[in-house]
Design a protein around this ligand. Structure first.
Ligand SMILES: Cc1ncc(C[n+]2csc(CCOP(=O)(O)OP(=O)(O)O)c2C)c(N)n1
Ligand SMILES: [Mg+2]
Length: 809
């Protein structure tokens, strides 16, 4: 286009940079002002932090990025991000006026809550950064499987705070990226040398540079802007360069804050020579000197454009861009500026400097000295936005009515999971083709081995199994290649969840649906919990299969035994958690999971369960390595539905029960035995098998809410199940996990309840030892029942008690 000659383009970009800084600052100021009389909560952490990235984001969003690129924006730069989208008509004035308010533009860019085109949510620092790296891997995966759909390869870009680089998950991702030959990833570090509380250590950039190079990245250091570079070439310029090179971060910040006169005094004291260097300084007014000395490359459009546009390869690249926190604002450089806000008087001065008239603050081109038509025409052709919204969809992958699974007489749910995937792996179906598995170095021990034998490991280059070639017998024949369907990860669980987040957004990022399954050890969910939360917050879709779990993993001891995980499963939004006891239940649930992770309907609750099942979400299956005798039964439609809804009667209570036992997961045999033992001494005992405390609880809560809103007939699954149980009947609940997971069942209809479970770090021992120690064995269930539902002593319990004391235990 003729208007896009070099200088024209620079002028327009400079105007747009100014505009987004204005709009972001005004958004923040305005939102604060509106809420001054309200709850007094001020907007912090955005003003200075946003200004730091205004130039870089103007260069990227308005010039450098292409429609196929995707960006994770540093959380506190959200006002700049929203301002850019506002200019592109993708964000509304109403939402900006309500920034951080109820249903307003979000404090941190959010895929799920914002209306503008957020590629990756950010907020918990470090996670968005790693997400870009894994998204790039997923892009490679999709393309290697022949699903590019003719779309060009995109770059995954992260805008990173320099203090954000402290987050360990970034380093974990770097290492994993190196192993997988990551490409097309740009990380741009906003090197403003300030965190929230402090000015950072000297020379940090050199550590970053060495580290990135070590992991095979290209590093581009963007230090001085074009004006400073030109000044260095003037007579005396070398002295200026030497001074600024040696200037400590703290001093540079102080002088930036103090302004031109302070710069002059300090520079003349330090390098004044009554010669060329003095002249270089004296030639400039205070304002010019301040502008020159803060002309870092991160605020210099020509330097930024040259650097970004010179990259003509797909190697991962880290840009370390020197910037000033609060650039262009009155508190630029001040170490306390993280939560800095402009006073009304400062805002007025800033407004005057921007040529914005009162009452015209939201006008797109107000105060810019370029014709509106020109700016409008430029915005219409900005490449990044030219192809429309960057969110895609993908058709649903058909899921059969049933998944095949061979069930042995005695087996664990983990073994059942291995069988299910092994069977799936035999099929040449679209479902099998779209499944992608991953595991942080526990592929074999979580029973994915057979699946991987069939489907292979993903790698850019084919690589044969040398053991196989050398004819050394092994259970696992693992071939690597571009068509492989298992992504092998190192041990870091953060990487597992961020990869699942990237795989689970493939339908919207790449327009190609994947059905990701990640396996790990249940206790180590805690290690990746923030990343799991992040993945769910972005509405990524995946299945997490966690084994082994609980103290059932007896000889492994407390370090490997999960207690709180069932509660995580209940509390984690966007994640439906299940803990089946038997393999036929698991088969039903895995089938449901494949369907559920693909749903994207509206949020209306289902009249039957009061669960928002149309919206779908991710799935957590808590499995066990304990082999259990499997029930021989026909899976009826009703039972299938109940397993999915969260519970079914393994033994329905009689007409007037005194006791109902509710059990979940691997302790089913203890519960079955206890119910059998009580049969002679307590009436009509029932046994409820809970497959999902999470879904029972969610449905119950939603049904109560619905009734409070006038839908008097709303009933959830657990309410219907327990409605059969008379009020004076007592409940004993039991699981290998925290007792609070099921303890709430008593509140549903006001039954007395005794909740058994595990509250303390496990011991080593046999399963029998530990179930006894923690009080979740058959005796403990019976004892609890005897106490909570008084009646005649339970004979079997006394018999066991006697034989126990006889053998001295
Ligand atoms: C995991 C996590 N811990 C803490 C915070 C709170 N927090 C937000 S920004 C920030 C520091 C910001 O420093 P930097 O990354 O250098 O960004 P800058 O504001 O300088 O651009 C902190 C501690 C957070 N958002 N996420
Ligand atoms: Mg910083």
């Amino acid at each position: 286009m003729p208007m896009n000659t070099g200088t024209d383009r620079l002028k327009i970009l400079a105007a747009l940079e100014k505009k987004i800084l204005w709009l972001a600052s005004w958004t923040i100021h305005n939102a604060n002002h509106l809420r001054d009389n309200d709850d007094g909560v001020k907007v912090g952490g955005h003003q200075a932090s946003s200004a730091s990235l205004a130039t870089i984001m103007a260069a990227l969003y308005f010039a450098v990025l292409k429609p196929e690129d995707r960006v994770a924006v540093k959380p506190h730069a959200s006002p700049i991000f929203h301002a850019i989208n506002y200019l592109m008509d993708l964000q509304t004035r109403e939402k900006l006026e309500n920034f951080r308010g109820y249903k307003g533009a979000q404090s941190y860019p959010s895929r799920t809550k914002d209306i503008d085109d957020v590629d990756f949510s950010t907020g918990s620092v470090g996670l968005g950064v790693a997400q870009t790296l894994f998204s790039s891997l997923v892009q490679d995966y999709v393309r290697a499987h022949g699903w590019s759909g003719g779309r060009p390869e995109g770059r995954m870009v992260a805008l990173i705070g320099d203090a954000e680089m402290d987050e360990g998950n970034i380093f974990e991702a770097l290492l994993e990226g190196w192993k997988h030959g990551v490409r097309n990833t740009w990380w741009i570090v906003d090197y403003n040398r300030q965190s929230l509380d402090a000015v950072i250590r000297e020379g940090l950039w050199a550590r970053f540079e060495a580290m990135f190079r070590n992991f095979g990245w290209d590093v581009v250091i963007l230090k001085y802007g074009s004006e400073l570079e030109a000044a260095f070439k003037e007579p005396g310029g070398e002295k200026l360069r030497a001074w600024i090179d040696a200037c400590p971060n703290q001093l540079y910040s102080v002088l930036t804050f103090q302004g031109g006169a302070a710069w002059r005094k300090r520079l003349l004291d330090a390098i004044g020579d009554q010669g060329a260097a003095t002249k270089l300084i004296e030639r400039r007014s205070d304002a010019e000197l301040a502008k020159l000395m803060t002309n870092l490359a991160g605020h210099d459009l020509p330097s930024l454009l040259a650097a970004f546009e010179s990259i003509d390869h797909d190697r991962p690249t880290c840009f370390i861009a020197y910037t000033i926190k609060g650039y262009g604002l009155p508190f630029a450089g001040h170490k306390d500026n993280h939560a800095g806000l402009m006073t009304t008087a400062q805002m007025e001065t800033f407004r005057a400097g921007m040529n914005v008239r009162a009452g015209h603050e939201w006008e797109k081109f107000e105060g810019l000295d370029l014709p509106k038509t020109k700016l409008d025409a430029f915005l219409k052709q900005v490449p990044f936005f030219a192809a429309g919204r960057r969110r895609f969809g993908a058709p649903r992958i058909e899921v059969p009515a049933e998944l095949r699974v061979p069930i042995q007489a005695t087996m664990s749910t983990q073994a059942g999971f291995g069988n299910l995937l092994n069977e799936l792996g035999r099929d040449q179906t679209e479902l099998a083709a779209r499944v992608v598995t991953t595991s942080p170095d526990v592929t074999v021990s979580t029973n994915l081995g057979a699946w991987v034998n069939r489907r292979g490991l993903f790698a850019h280059e084919a690589m044969a199994d040398t053991f196989k070639k050398e004819r050394i017998p092994s259970t696992f024949n693992w071939e690597f290649g571009p068509k492989g369907q298992h992504i092998e990860l190192g041990i870091a669980e953060m990487n597992l969840f961020i990869l699942l987040s990237a795989l689970g957004l493939s339908h919207t990022i790449n327009g190609e649906r994947l059905l990701p399954i990640g396996t790990l050890y249940d206790p180590f969910i805690a290690r990746g919990l923030d990343a799991l939360n992040y993945a769910c917050y972005q509405d990524a879709r995946f299945i997490v299969v966690a084994t082994p779990s609980g103290i059932t993993l007896a000889p492994e001891g407390g370090a490997h035994q999960s207690i709180a995980q069932p509660l995580i499963g209940m509390a984690q939004d966007g994640l439906a958690a299940f803990e089946p006891a038997y393999v036929d239940e698991l088969a039903v649930l895995l089938r449901f999971a494949f369907d559920y992770i693909q749903r994207d309907g509206d949020g209306e609750a289902d009249e039957r369960t009061w669960l928002r099942d149309q919206t779908g979400g991710s799935i957590y299956l808590r499995l066990s390595t304990r082999p259990l005798e499997q029930p021989k039964r026909e899976m009826t439609g009703d039972m299938r539905q109940s397993i999915i809804d969260g519970a079914y009667w393994l033994r329905p209570p009689g007409p007037n029960p005194q006791i109902v036992v509710a059990c979940c997961g691997a302790v089913a045999p203890e519960a079955v035995a206890a119910v059998g033992m009580m049969g002679e001494d307590r009436r009509d005992v029932g046994l409820l098998a809970v497959t999902s405390a999470d879904r029972l609880n969610a449905g119950w809560t939603a049904a109560q809410r619905a009734r409070e809103r006038g839908l008097v007939g709303a009933r959830s699954h657990i309410e219907r199940l327990l409605a059969e149980v008379p009020q004076n009947c007592a409940l004993v609940t039991v699981l290998d996990g925290h007792p609070a997971t099921l303890g709430w069942l008593g509140s549903v209809h006001g039954h007395r309840v005794r909740a058994l479970g595990v509250e303390h770090f496990g011991q080593t021992g046999t399963i029998a030892d530990l179930y006894r120690h923690y009080g979740i064995d058959t005796n403990a269930i019976v004892r609890a029942a005897e106490t909570i539902a008084p009646g005649r002593p339970i004979r079997h319990l006394r018999a066991i008690g006697q034989s126990r004391s006889a053998d001295g235990r």
